[in-house]
Write a protein that binds this ligand. Sequence first.
Ligand SMILES: Nc1ncnc2c1ncn2[C@@H]1O[C@H](COP(=O)(O)OP(=O)(O)O)[C@@H](O)[C@H]1O
Ligand SMILES: [Mg+2]
Length: 245
Amino acid sequence: MEYAIEIKNLSKSFSSKKAVDDISCKIEKGQLFSMLGVNGAGKTTTIRLITGLSKPTGGDVLVYGKSVNSQMEEIKPLLNLSPQENAAAGALTVWENLVFMARLYGFSKADAEKRARKLVEDFSMESELNTKAKTLSGGWQRRLSIAMALVTDPKILFLDEPTLGLDVLARRELWTVIRSLKGKVTIVLTTHYMEEAEALSDRIAVMTKGKIRAEGTLDELLSATGAPNLEEAFIKIAEEDKNNV
Ligand SMILES: Nc1ncnc2c1ncn2[C@@H]1O[C@H](COP(=O)(O)OP(=O)(O)O)[C@@H](O)[C@H]1O
Ligand SMILES: [Mg+2]
């Protein structure tokens, strides 16, 4: 099966508010798929639905062919999430957070330490090993958060606004980290930064007001809209939506 995720007419309402409104799309294995949209577009809600943190009010998602509505227990081991908010325990060091997370998922002490060592190496975190998470810079906190999500060796990694609030240099460093994961794990990334989606994605879904308005490669989105860059394309797509309402 080629698809990691198939979203099928997925909806989530909170009383009368449609946070996710009948969206469908397919995400291929091994790809980096971005959901691009301004605050409130429904990105985090979509991730919560796919990862089982929230239940759909309509539709379904198949993860490796299994339904989030009826087979969530089989889906859970396949994925992990680096959430929009900080994931690490502030009073623990980088090393302790990684080992703690692995232990939480049932690894033996020796295996947990082995996994943590591998992640420290992959993420070049040696210099920060003994730093308490709460005193890390924003960029290092996000790096740790992503490493913690990889402790379980997921097939699909969700990165919800991974560079939110970071300065431009920290953002660039994190892009390098994210790029290094491409091809090793399917990545679903949300962002409202146009240049981030442009720099990292294999495919991009443009979301506004709970709907996917357009989906494709960067080139496809540019040629469909006749825009010179993603920001212009995004604005055109968002404007079209306004005209249709
Ligand atoms: N638990 C909730 N209860 C009520 N409304 C919610 C809840 N979660 C999200 N929303 C609303 O759904 C919409 C989409 O939110 P969200 O998915 O967080 O957007 P994004 O991540 O794209 O910024 C927003 O209008 C938000 O206020
Ligand atoms: Mg969000």
